[in-house]
Ligand binder design. Structure first.
Ligand SMILES: *Cc1c(COP(=O)(O)O)cnc(C)c1O
Length: 392
């Protein structure tokens, strides 16, 4: 398996077959497991062997298949699957931090990640320092020797800022801090985050890994020590386990992940290039465009621009709403990574909670629209988007 390429790994890694020799992975939809004897139960509670289970909150064979497959894909020693992306983010941070610790994070974060840091961790006495993630000097100034963790989204939502994982990791490791990367927008297809210096990588599997808008899920990847000794005890006792059914959906999602994400990215690149000159747009933000301020970094770090673009419509919120309402094919929804193209207005939905000043600092302007590109025909999408822009 060690010499398989990623496309092979995502189809085969982690597969375990029952005595029936099924081709497709089985869903072990069971909470518990039976023992041959009281002695065997005692032994398992003392020390779980490889591929042994006692209760689905602690582990399950279908969930384990998903963990092993995505760990192999990401090049991680181990993985722990969680009920959602936020259970993964919360678990990665809460399991390793204590009162008095210091976390330095990029300020451009998913709303719920900001809540975990600023509202929950801060309440338990963890010092949270937010910096402009694109500014190496800001990271250097903030990462002091008493910093325990650095948290960042490698590509920020919704303004698609890129954080230089290798540069931040060098600073963090010099201070003895762990680097936790929320890697949703990079996807496992374009990620080399562990190679680039991340210690822990987190995904919301809800997005591209499912990729068809069905199930919530998440995963934390990293060194076996961290996953098994730090994260697992926290997760298994606090109840953030992934359901076996959802793990099965994610497993099947992984099989087509590369095909879907590459096709969606190709369309996103084509749309960004075609839409950029449109007079109805003041900005077309896409890491795959040379006009993106960090285009070179995006190409070096991921090799592609990803499946999401951000469009700033001339005419503010009124024009942005008019555009959204004029779309016939692209649907209004705040999810992303789906086979269906989805569009959202961050200032009034995903980032509504933020004060205006914070929105402005993050570039979430009234005219900003986020587009998650799906698997439809690129020509149909372009016709729909230009049609909607022409209406306004
Ligand atoms: C969606 C998302 C999450 C949260 O994932 P859920 O599965 O919805 O809990 C975290 N981080 C980023 C960057 C996301 O896009």
């Amino acid at each position: 398996m060690s010499n398989w390429s990623r496309r092979t790994v995502q189809v085969h890694a982690g597969t375990r077959r029952s005595q029936y020799g099924e081709v497709a992975e089985a869903i072990f939809l069971t909470q518990g497991f039976v023992y041959d004897s009281a002695e065997q139960a005692e032994a398992r509670f003392r020390q779980l062997g490889d591929d042994e289970y006692i209760y689905a909150r602690y582990g399950n064979p279908t969930v384990r298949m998903f963990e092993e497959r995505i760990a192999a894909l990401e090049g991680a020693e181990d993985a722990f699957a969680t009920a959602s992306g936020m259970a993964a983010v919360n678990g990665a941070l809460m399991s390793m931090l204590k009162a008095g610790d210091r976390v330095v994070a990029a300020r451009a974060l998913f709303g719920s990640c900001l809540y975990v840091l600023e509202d929950i961790l801060a309440r338990f006495g963890v010092e949270i320092v937010l910096v402009d993630g694109t500014d190496p000097a800001a990271w250097a100034a903030a990462i002091t020797p008493d910093t325990q963790a650095v948290f960042l989204e490698s590509v920020s939502n919704p303004t698609l800022e890129i954080v230089d994982i290798a540069a931040v990791a060098r600073l963090a490791h010099a201070a003895g801090a762990l680097v936790i990367v929320d890697n949703v927008f990079a996807t496992p297809v374009f990620s080399r985050a562990l190679e680039q210096g991340a210690d822990v990588v987190v995904y919301s599997a809800t997005k591209h890994i499912d990729g068809q808008g069905r199930c919530l899920g998440g995963v934390v990847l990293g060194r076996r020590d961290f996953i098994r000794k730090t994260l697992e005890p926290y997760m298994k006792h606090t109840g953030g386990a992934l359901s076996p059914f959802n793990a099965w959906v994610m497993l099947k999602g992984l099989e087509t992940l590369d095909l879907r994400v590459r096709a969606q990215t190709e369309t996103a690149q084509a749309l960004a290039e075609a839409l950029q000159p449109h007079p109805g747009l003041t900005r077309t933000i896409y890491p795959g465009l040379p006009s993106h301020p960090q285009h070179a970094l995006a190409m070096a770090q991921m090799g592609a621009g990803g499946t999401v673009l951000a469009l700033e419509v001339a005419g503010g919120q009124t024009a942005a709403f008019a555009m959204l309402n004029a779309l016939r094919l692209v649907t209004i929804s705040n999810n992303l990574g789906d086979a269906k193209s989805l569009v959202t207005h961050p200032a009034t939905t995903t980032h509504q909670r933020l004060p205006d000043a914070q929105k402005a600092a993050l570039g979430i302007t009234p005219g900003l629209v986020r587009l998650s590109v799906g698997l439809e025909d690129p020509a149909d999408l372009l016709a729909d988007l230009t049609g909607a822009l022409n209406v306004i």
